[in-house]
Design a protein around this ligand. Structure first.
Ligand SMILES: NC(=O)c1ccc[n+]([C@@H]2O[C@H](COP(=O)([O-])OP(=O)(O)OC[C@H]3O[C@@H](n4cnc5c(N)ncnc54)[C@H](O)[C@@H]3O)[C@@H](O)[C@H]2O)c1
Ligand SMILES: O=CCc1c[nH]c2ccc(O)cc12
Length: 498
């Protein structure tokens, strides 16, 4: 790793992985090629041999120790994460908290992995064993670098697997801290291995014959390529992909909470969050009041140096992405949306930050369902406000998307809340809150956001096979990192057909 402060980003990611922050290159990493990927997988295989022999309780003890170290080093890891990604230090600390909580949660579940015993005629019996898969691969996006590495590795390791992890080349650093911590906690060397690189390195990992499973967080186009590569090797995949989630605000809501919820749904991590509720549907009766308060609070968001305690929004991930997000705002204006606030570049007073990738968070009014800003994932701090009249109408419009990651509803009417979420085609639904992610609850999407295509949703197939591409967090994830072996035991003599 070399430090090159002052060099500008040239965008060539498959030769060297470049870590930039506010237009300064902080480090370069060599991308792993075939040789390094083979070595990482070989090491992981060796570690797997040791790890799979341990009892769940023994594995859980090591995960608990890793969780303890992360917790103890929260401030240090959060600082590196804030520089890694640009998110505010306050948010980075929350990410680290959810990371050690995830390790703690799966440490607790590791000892409970079990099969069942089934009696058969004549005293014979069968039993099932839940066994690990082997070497799993984790490939991460740049928006939650440490948390993604933790959410993928904790259930994988708890189930007795090893993992080779590739972070995004835009945020290469904190996954390495996690690797150090697992080793310090007592995991065999190579059990959680990190390789650096972009798409080419990712492909080598997915195609590797000794890789048993791929868990991916990122965009739909890359998810498609990963699935293709995995399909060739008949490997299971977990896909956490993009979204364009609806947030529905009914007139009978607690307005103060709904306004806070809309900001939580749109502006965490500079709006670079897959499950953001960026299509904010507001019932006509409260549209003006809601919009006025949302704009007021959005304008108060303090933008600047993410390492300062008072900052609530840092820079976007890189220059091309900033330009892409600003392009969406420009396109929205051209299509008739009204920029109610923000949507332009922001230059902080601090001269050190003047070339940073900052923008003012944006609220768009006068939006229609056919606008690009309402249909496509922007992955930046841009909220689109749409108005609606009736429950039936808003449900139809909310579901009219190929994505299905998350959805939210604000109402005081409990029956309506549950009725509406039952109809929403989304893997994660929030009632009277948004973007909280307790590790005990499964996380993942429907439709193109990461689930099996089931065609037209009917009352009969609703919910069926929908976590086919896996989930993160929650008890169910154990099933996606293990396989079931059936053992049939004969207690009598063989009755031969021959
Ligand atoms: N559903 C979720 O949980 C979730 C979470 C975070 C981000 N996302 C989505 O991710 C996208 C933004 O993240 P991004 O720009 O890092 O996504 P991306 O798809 O460009 O990259 C994600 C990762 O895949 C790697 N990669 C790229 N091409 C590859 C290939 N051919 N084979 C294997 N690996 C390859 C990248 O190097 C990176 O590590 C958004 O669409 C966002 O919604 C989803
Ligand atoms: O950005 C999307 C949601 C998210 C937040 N933290 C994590 C961690 C791991 C993931 O796969 C997705 C997410």
């Amino acid at each position: 790793m070399t430090t090159q402060i002052g060099v500008s980003f040239d965008g060539s990611l498959d030769e060297d992985s470049i870590w930039t922050w506010c237009s300064r290159v902080i480090a370069t990493f060599s991308c792993s090629g075939e040789k390094e990927v083979n070595l990482a997988v070989e090491d992981a295989k060796a570690a797997f041999k040791i790890w799979r022999q341990k009892s769940g309780l023994e594995r859980g003890r090591i995960l608990l120790e890793a969780a303890r170290i992360i917790r103890e080093r929260t401030d240090e890891i959060a600082t590196v994460e804030s520089i890694n990604n640009g998110k505010s230090i306050l948010e980075a600390r929350l990410d680290i908290d959810t990371s050690w909580q995830c390790l703690e949660y799966y440490a607790g579940l590791a000892g409970s992995m079990a099969g069942e015993h089934i009696q058969l005629p004549g005293g014979s019996f069968g039993y099932t064993r839940r066994e690990p898969l082997g070497v799993c691969v984790g490939i991460g996006a740049w928006n939650y670098p440490f948390q993604i590495a933790s959410w993928k590795s904790a259930p994988a390791l708890a189930c007795g697997n090893a993992m080779v992890f590739k972070p995004s080349p835009f945020t290469p650093v904190t996954a390495l801290l996690l690797a150090e911590i697992y080793t310090e906690a007592g995991a065999p060397p190579g059990l959680f291995n990190v390789v650096q690189g972009g798409g080419a390195t990712g492909q080598l990992l997915c195609q590797h014959r000794d890789v048993a499973k791929v868990s991916f967080t990122g965009s739909v186009p890359t998810g498609t390529k990963i699935m293709e590569a995995a399909a060739k090797g008949i490997k299971p995949v977990t896909l956490e992909l993009g979204g364009k989630s609806p947030l529905i605000i009914f007139a009978d809501c607690n307005l103060e909470n709904a306004v806070k919820g809309a900001l939580m749904a749109n502006f965490l991590t500079q709006g670079e969050v897959c499950c953001n509720g960026t299509r904010v549907f507001v019932q006509k009766e409260i549209l003006d009041k809601f919009t006025e308060q949302v704009v007021q609070q959005t304008q108060r968001i303090k933008i600047g140096d993410p390492l300062l305690e008072g900052t609530r929004m840092g820079p976007l991930i890189n220059r091309p992405h900033l330009e892409r997000v600003l392009g969406f705002v420009k396109g929205a204006k051209e299509q008739g949306a009204k920029v109610l606030c923000g949507g332009d570049p922001y230059v902080p007073e601090d001269p050190k930050l003047k070339d940073g990738y900052f923008m003012r968070p944006c609220v768009l009014g006068n939006c229609r369902d056919d606008m690009t800003c309402v249909k496509e994932e922007i992955f930046g701090p841009v909220m689109s406000i749409l108005s609606f009249d009736t429950e039936a109408e808003v449900l139809e419009r909310a579901n009219n998307t190929a994505f299905g990651l998350a959805a939210g509803v604000f109402t005081r009417d409990l029956q309506r809340a549950h009725r509406v979420v039952a109809e929403l085609q989304a893997g994660v639904c929030f009632i009277n809150n948004y973007n909280v992610s307790p590790v005990e609850l499964p996380f993942g999407g429907y439709k193109k956001s990461g689930s099996q295509p089931v065609g037209i949703v009917t009352a009969q197939n609703r919910g069926a096979s929908r976590e086919g591409f896996g989930r993160e967090n929650g008890r169910v994830t154990i099933e996606h990192y293990s396989q079931l072996k059936t053992v049939c035991v004969e207690m009598g003599d063989v009755e031969s057909a021959f």
